[in-house]
Design a protein around this ligand. Structure first.
Ligand code: SIN
Length: 519
């Protein structure tokens, strides 16, 4: 029998609304998709967070796209396939790259403030795995913030779009023909609401908070993926978790680590150990700008050899004036922690950053469940393979967010006579025997994060993974028998579901490829 989280619902006064399309998530993928839905149809953008709490908002480096005459699609496709270590879907990569430039031009027409030089030409930077400069950016190192901000302003002005903040996706509702609605929890009123809709786009971001050390914000727990999976959507490449080589190490406890963008190495910074040795030289033809799974492993190896707690990023090839203008956010954060870039190197260590796996989506972002779309980090379109090329992620949000919206505009899934309230009322609800407190759920969350961090990190071994799988199975089974009564408990339940899929994927892939590296 299908699993729902809403088992404890018994409120017959649940508010029910009709929308042509519901979008879950307010990062770049969700906002851009919502803006491309026909403006005569009714759209809801649902977000459990605030606009500035998404992974998109935090994206520093930029957006990869062929925007110069030195570059071409063939080279961007080749670099993407090479970084993906043989697991990319070539057709999806071609779509991504070929539709990239027109989406950048569309953002420009929407007044997203890309950085330009004194002649008004786009400034283009470089990151790991790219053979040349190919990345456009905003606010120096604030591409995600500036893009999300502008898209959200336009969304707010659109009269056909309702934005629901502090609202949590509990379950996707389906019948034998596909999506018919969703159940939401409104954090402000503490009440559930049912949306009747035939088109649901999940753009709920990544999974970083399943790990103890991540660049992702607190909301990135993979709950969009878990909800889609419960509705019958196939999830693939779940073992492919990306670790970014350079998070700032400050010694302070924090929910998320601050990222030092790869673009800093793109502008000339190099990695060194504490003896000052530039250890990436001679290790790979692209040295410090090798794809990030490779750089991450070389850092970990170096730390194991030297016994040090972190590596260093040497930015001395740049003047302070250049650095502070080109990377104002990073400069400010380093300064806040007493790092003087004219004489100090930046202490860095790899940590979880991105998820290549997710809900399987076709070239229109549609899943195997009719009417259920996914885009952005929750989706697996096959473009990233076993390791994502830097700055292809925001590009994916644009290209596939727009494709999903256009597909919805062209299809005829519209309102019928479906009544979601009686529908969910008819589902046999068996209240589970047990309850948990939020304190207990917090302990379970901690155990889950520790287990994934220790055994499903950048370097994995079969024995450890198999033992860890049992811990994750037990956690999943526990939440299968618990009546959930707060959004936090539902979030933890979703985490157990997504974590188990990651662990199973990793245990089942017997050979090293890309980010899945076995010793
Ligand atoms: C970075 O700026 O290094 C991160 C960008 C990305 O994740 O592609």
């Amino acid at each position: 029998m299908r699993r729902y989280l809403f088992g404890m619902l018994s409120d017959s006064n649940i508010k029910s609304e009709k929308y042509d399309t519901v979008v879950i998530g307010s990062g770049i993928a969700g906002l851009y998709a919502a803006l491309h839905i026909d403006d005569k149809s009714r759209v809801a953008v649902v977000t459990k967070a605030k606009i500035d709490e998404s992974n998109s908002w935090l994206a520093q480096g930029g957006i990869a796209a062929v925007m110069t005459k030195e570059d071409n699609s063939r080279m961007h496709i080749e670099d993407t396939l090479k970084a993906g270590a043989g697991l990319c879907d070539q057709r999806a990569v071609e779509v991504l790259v070929e539709e990239g430039p027109e989406n950048i031009r569309e953002l420009i027409s929407m007044n997203v403030p890309f950085d330009v030089d004194s002649e008004g030409e786009l400034q283009i930077t470089r990151e790991g795995g790219h053979r040349l400069r190919r990345i456009v950016h905003c606010g120096g190192d604030a591409t995600g913030r500036e893009t999300t901000k502008r898209l959200s302003e336009i969304v707010m002005e659109r009269s056909n779009i309702d934005v629901m903040f502090d609202t949590f996706l509990v379950d996707v509702l389906t019948d034998e023909k596909g999506v018919v609605g969703c159940i939401l929890y409104d954090g402000e009123t503490g009440k559930y609401r049912v949306c009747e809709t035939y088109n649901l786009i999940i753009a709920a971001g990544g999974i970083g908070q399943l790990y103890s050390y991540t660049s992702n914000p607190v909301g990135a727990v993979g709950d969009g993926i878990a909800c889609a999976a419960r509705a019958g959507a196939r999830c693939i490449n779940m073992e492919m978790v990306q670790f970014h080589p350079t998070m700032l190490i400050t010694g302070e406890e924090s929910d998320r680590l601050f990222l030092i963008s790869e673009a800093v190495r793109g502008e000339g910074a190099i990695l060194r150990n504490k003896n000052g040795e530039a250890f990436m030289q001679g290790k790979h033809e692209m040295a410090d700008l090798a794809p990030r799974d490779i750089v991450t492993r070389f850092i970990l190896k170096e730390l194991e050899k030297t016994g040090d707690e972190h590596a260093f990023l040497d930015c001395s090839s740049m003047t302070e004036e250049f650095f502070s203008k080109r990377f104002p956010t990073i400069y400010g954060e380093c300064k806040k922690h007493g790092i003087n870039l004219t004489k100090d190197m930046i202490p860095v260590h790899p940590a979880q950053h991105y998820f290549m796996g997710g809900v399987e989506a076709d070239l229109n972002g549609e899943t195997n469940v009719p009417g259920l779309y996914v885009c952005g980090e929750s989706a697996c379109t096959g473009i990233h393979g076993a390791n994502r090329l830097a700055s292809n992620s925001v590009l994916e949000c644009l290209v596939f967010g727009r494709r999903a919206a256009r597909h919805i505009n062209q299809t005829s899934r519209r309102h019928g006579t479906f009544d979601a309230v009686s529908f969910f009322g008819a589902i046999p609800v068996t209240l589970a025997d047990f309850t948990v407190t939020d304190e207990e759920a917090a302990k379970d969350k901690k155990l889950l994060r520790k287990t994934l961090t220790e055994h499903f990190g950048a370097v994995r071994n079969a024995e450890g993974m198999n033992k860890a799988l049992e811990i994750l199975k037990a956690l999943y089974n526990k939440y299968d028998h618990v009546t959930l009564s707060t959004p936090f408990q539902m979030e933890v339940c979703n985490m157990t579901e997504t974590a188990l899929m990651i662990a199973r994927g990793a245990v089942n892939r017997k050979e090293s490829v890309g980010a899945h590296y076995l010793v």
